[in-house]
Design a binder for this molecule. Structure first.
Ligand code: PLP
Length: 454
């Protein structure tokens, strides 16, 4: 009989082996309240350590990498098993799978890695970051529900909360300055508000949220805290700091290849299981399903996420210091003059750095565009493109691109100036090679007003 292996465990043969029935392994498993296998190893206060202790799936033939379960549907030995799976009595915690819009083993393996990364009980992956965000909000809020959210959010999330959810679902949002804890407290209406939503490090202003304090405020009022950690995987672990749910756009740093759109919801096993409920689950019923082949590709990239983040962050830190020394208006949470530098230091996991992104305020869109044009077309420092977490540097003028969903007043309140250039710092080439390209473009601007101290 074939064996299915995972690090530290050898499971007996699969239930579909000839002569076996669907329940021969019943005695090996304890009844579990959740359908999901939950995270077992200690988190050890470091995401890299947690990832190394997470279950490692081997391939069907003993391959060091897991096999891809490229099946839309799954067979059973007895019809009774299907009834029990649909009744929720048998689930992925016991290796029973129904259909890949529901749980899929390869996607579940990536979910296990995401849960280890974020130190949550469980996680599941989705077709995009936006589908992770919208699904979790729809799971936690009903018609008439209310969200309190940071007013500095990725433009798509801002539009979802401002326009789509009120129109389509009667879910309303009050936007607040996430650094003003009194305002956050006052905006939460007991009995009506369901969720406090914010980004651990905001897009694009790199404002750092006080996750422990905001979680304390929300929990005192009995509401859930959902944090988008897209900008700071490895650097920050919101669930370890008090948040209930962590969402990701995996399309960014976690993927690292700028070739995949994907997302994740990390949180309690009960939440992830409820999102797969056949009658009420947002993931099951809205169907933002991740393909198993995509899940496999992403699983192979997570083991080097920590190394990549360290390099993104150390290069961003070096450029931020040097650009600041040239007199540019740099926003970078690793700099002492960043308003939340000390807060970030107190919350961050050690030795990953502070951020792989930095912003430079060029004061007008025209200057921002000129700088990006020089950087791409004359000195080859990086690419004019939205998104982040790629090995090449990506640059965009946020006000006219990824935050263009916000009106002028919303952008002003969020601190997004028209000349704000967001740079996702890559690690291709050597630091000095890339710095000389950046410096050359800055000098070619030949505009003394560019530098604030000249
Ligand atoms: C902070 C943040 N969250 C969520 C998203 C949406 O992710 P996706 O593009 O994977 O749907 C983005 C996209 O830019 C983002 O920057």
């Amino acid at each position: 009989m074939a064996e299915t292996q995972s690090r530290g465990f050898v499971f007996p043969g699969k239930k579909r082996a000839a002569g076996a029935d669907d329940f021969e392994r019943d005695d090996l498993f304890m009844a579990n309240k959740s359908m999901l296998p939950t995270l077992s190893p200690a988190w050890e206060n470091d995401p890299t350590a947690a990832l190394a202790s997470a279950r490692h799936e081997f391939g069907e033939h003993g391959g060091v990498n897991m096999s891809i379960e490229a099946s839309a549907t799954f067979t059973v030995m007895e019809p009774e098993t299907m009834r029990r799976m649909f009744a929720g009595e048998l689930g992925p915690d016991r290796d029973f799978f129904i259909y890949s819009r529901h749980f899929n083993p390869t996607v579940l393996n990536l979910g296990r890695q995401m849960a280890a990364l974020e130190g949550t009980e469980a996680a599941y992956c989705t077709a995009s970051g936006m589908s992770a965000i919208s699904s979790v909000l729809l799971q936690l809020c009903s018609s008439g529900g209310h969200v309190v959210a940071s007013r500095t959010l990725y433009g798509g999330t801002h539009a979802l909360l401002t326009h789509f959810l009120p129109r389509a679902c009667n879910i309303k949002t009050t936007f607040v300055d996430i650094c003003d804890h009194e305002a956050v407290k006052n905006a939460i209406v007991k009995g009506r508000t369901n969720v406090l939503y914010f980004e651990s490090m905001s897009n694009p202003t790199l404002t750092v949220a006080n996750i422990p304090e905001l979680s304390r405020i929300a929990h005192e009022k009995g509401i859930m805290v959902v944090v988008d950690n897209t900008f700071a995987p490895m650097v920050l672990s919101p669930a370890r700091l008090g948040a209930d749910v962590v969402v990701h756009s995996i399309s960014k740093f976690i993927s690292g290849g700028a070739d995949v759109i994907a997302g994740a919801v990390c949180g309690p096993a009960s939440l992830v299981t409820s999102m797969m409920d056949l009658h009420q689950g947002a993931l099951m019923l809205l169907g933002p399903t991740m393909n198993a082949k995509v899940a496999f590709d992403l699983s192979e990239r997570i083991p080097h996420l920590g190394l990549r983040m360290k390099e993104h962050c150390s290069r961003a830190m070096a450029y931020a210091i040097r650009m600041k020394n040239l007199g540019l208006k740099v926003i970078y949470p690793g700099l002492e003059d960043h308003p939340q530098h000390q807060l970030l230091k107190s919350m961050a996991n050690k030795e990953y750095g502070f951020s792989g992104l930095l912003c430079v305020d060029m004061e007008s869109e025209e200057r921002a565009n000129r700088l990006m044009h020089l950087l791409q077309n004359h000195t080859q420092f990086g690419f004019m493109a939205v998104s982040l977490g790629y090995y090449e540097t990506l640059m965009s003028c946020s006000g006219s691109t990824t935050s263009s969903e916000m009106n002028a007043e919303e952008k002003a309140l969020a601190g997004i100036s028209p000349g704000l250039v967001r740079m996702s710092i890559g690690y291709i080439g050597t630091l000095e090679q890339k710095w000389s390209q950046l410096e050359k473009a800055l000098f070619r601007m030949q505009d003394s007003t560019l530098f604030s101290n000249t």
